[in-house]
Design a protein around this ligand. Sequence first.
Ligand SMILES: *[C@@H]1O[C@H](CO)[C@@H](O)[C@H](O)[C@H]1NC(C)=O
Ligand SMILES: *[C@@H]1O[C@H](CO)[C@@H](O)[C@H](O)[C@H]1NC(C)=O
Ligand SMILES: *[C@@H]1O[C@H](CO)[C@@H](O)[C@H](O)[C@H]1NC(C)=O
Length: 389
Amino acid sequence: MDNTQKKSNFISSVLVLFFFLCFFLSDPALAEDSTFSLIDQVVVQNHNSHGRTLSKLFVFGDSYVDTGNNKIFTVESWKYPYGMTLPGIPTGRYSDGLVFTDFLASYMGMKSPMPYKQWTGLFKWRVRNGMNFAHGGTGVFNTWIKEPNMTTQINTFKKYIADGVYNKRDLARSMAIVALSGNDYTQYVLDGGTDEGFRAFIVKVLNQLEVNLREIGKIGLKKVVMLTLQPLGCLPNKAISLSYEKCDEPLNNETIFHNTLLQQIVQKLNSETTDTLFHVLDLYSAFLSVINKSAGETGSTKFGNPLLKPCCIPASAEVLCGSVDGNGVKQYTLCENPTGNIFWDPVHPTQSGWSAISSALKPSIDKLMLCNQLNIHTQRPSSASVATS
Ligand SMILES: *[C@@H]1O[C@H](CO)[C@@H](O)[C@H](O)[C@H]1NC(C)=O
Ligand SMILES: *[C@@H]1O[C@H](CO)[C@@H](O)[C@H](O)[C@H]1NC(C)=O
Ligand SMILES: *[C@@H]1O[C@H](CO)[C@@H](O)[C@H](O)[C@H]1NC(C)=O
């Protein structure tokens, strides 16, 4: 046997082992139960029957991933027209229907994890595919909204672990997804922060995010996935000054600065730990590719005109989509069909926007779902891969 042959034999035996592990670790207890809610029925469309090692998803962050943790009587996500497309009533999601978490869970072949605020503590099977700890409007620091920041969300997760809801074995098969979509930056502006000081504040936010990610890493999850910051300059609340036709490039530039620091942090965290793998999922590029595709003169223009105009537009800066005055009169305008818009309200995508953005991310998500050996080989020296396999 020559050297290359030896090598390829070694590789194929590694691959056999790899598939065996995938098969062995897949959890038959995850077969879906019959009590679906309407949303679950739509969401679990991608259920893949082949083995998977990641059987639980834990969610941290803000409205881009929150599926209903915020307090019912205080936030717009629990008011009409939120949820108008699916399921037809508000669910606490900041969209006309599904949000990113729902599509991600679907790609992972599972139901969207239950918002922890909606779990009574009974029936552990209801949270066997994970839990969602995200709260719309929050950041790494406290913001205008009286909801738990990321540190508090992580501490809540730790309490459930201390209570025995999840054990070590569960966590070793779990993935965390973390979204930080810019509420800290909105708060910075509300606090009268200057343009000159903005980069220094971005650094501050990312330093705190690093602390938080390291904390999640210590919990012992298999993977921790951080979303890059979406192009803030393309959000309708910014693009409104460009007739909803173009993105604000200087602000996108600041977003790129945030994302560059994020990449560095993730590399640093990966060099520190061996048990948890940190990944970045590039929401920024996914947003831009959807916007570019729709703006392109060639190809099918999927989303309407102007491209960055949201479906639901508040009547003034003092009200929100969903606000009504004392007489019950709507304080916003609503488009006829949200499927024609990328954006739902001044900062959030529609369900169909999320669908397009998520499918742009699907190849990366599929890679995350592969067994870990493959990733480790691309990220770590081989000695580390032996130690962690
Ligand atoms: C998160 O919230 C808690 C409770 O309000 C607060 O004590 C803590 O300082 C906050 N964390 C950060 C990093 O701002
Ligand atoms: C983008 O940021 C870089 C520094 O990171 C700066 O040199 C450049 O002028 C910025 N461009 C715009 C359009 O703001
Ligand atoms: C989108 O278009 C902009 C400007 O035309 C370009 O700079 C950017 O690279 C494109 N991004 C993607 C992800 O296609």
